[in-house]
Design a binder for this molecule. Structure first.
Ligand code: PEP
Length: 252
């Protein structure tokens, strides 16, 4: 059981899909969703399909999330999307600091906290991704890496205690590899992160992301400190995503 807030299943479609894919997926998930009493499903399409996705959804329990956001509400930032614009479309969540953006777009902790701040100010709920590389893991530096990624957010929270946000633990070596973190690692990391925030009187929700599939979701969702999952590859196939949601619902 994961308490009143239920269990969150986020589909991160990354740079995949088209209007036909979105329409079909939304139609199918809306048919199934009434069976799920404890799940909140969040669809994160590519930025260009956000409005189309939001317009296609009828059910209030399916939410839309963006995969990124810019640091300011408007101005000279060619090609970027502001938090105010996302809120205007009815977007509820925004993924911030995904490892692919940290890597390909060279996003550092400072840029990430600025995005986090602007998302909170616009009333969006940031889903902040943190995770260690294989190198850090092999050198026993998992927890210190995560702490380093969280430190700047903890500073921000001293000022803005009431901000609503979610953390996603996504080990880099697990994303897209088919190798999920062990259940023991997930439990240990989630407890570690929850403890850090509890020391600041914040009860944080934490999702696990990294090769979540229909094979491992039941065991992952059974971990009490896992409040949801962020699903990449397996969210591109509706039958797989449906199976993941159904199994997660069964654990809640
Ligand atoms: C992700 O990219 O956030 C992710 C978790 O991907 P996958 O499920 O494919 O590992």
């Amino acid at each position: 059981m994961h308490g009143d807030m239920g269990f969150t299943v986020v589909a991160n479609w990354k740079m995949n899909g088209d209007k036909k894919f979105v329409s079909q997926f939304v139609r199918e998930i809306e048919q199934q969703q009434p069976k799920w009493r404890h799940l909140e499903v969040v669809l994160c399409p590519p930025q260009v399909y956000l409005d189309f996705t939001a317009q296609s959804i009828v059910s209030s329990s399916i939410k839309v999330g963006a995969q990124d956001v810019w640091t300011d509400d408007n101005g000279a930032a060619t090609g970027n999307t502001s938090p105010m614009m996302l809120a205007d479309l009815g977007v509820k969540y925004v993924i911030i600091g995904h490892s692919e953006r940290r890597l390909y777009n060279r996003e550092d902790n400072l840029m990430i906290v600025n995005k986090f701040r602007s998302a909170c100010a616009a009333g969006l709920i940031p889903i902040l991704c943190i995770g260690e590389t294989a190198f850090a893991k092999e050198n026993g530096r998992t927890l210190s890496t995560l702490f380093n990624q969280l430190e700047i957010i903890l500073e921000f929270l001293k000022e803005f205690k009431s901000s609503e946000f979610i953390i996603a633990y996504e080990p880099l070596w697990s994303i897209g590899t088919g190798i999920a973190a062990s259940y023991e690692t997930i439990r240990c990391v989630h407890d570690f992160v929850k403890d850090i925030f509890l020391q600041h009187n914040v009860a944080v929700r934490i999702l696990y992301g990294g090769s979540v599939s229909e094979m491992n979701i039941a065991n992952i969702a059974a971990i009490s400190s896992v409040d949801g999952v962020l699903v990449g590859g397996a969210s591109l196939s509706f039958p797989r995503f449906f199976e993941i949601c159904s199994l997660a619902e069964g654990c809640n």
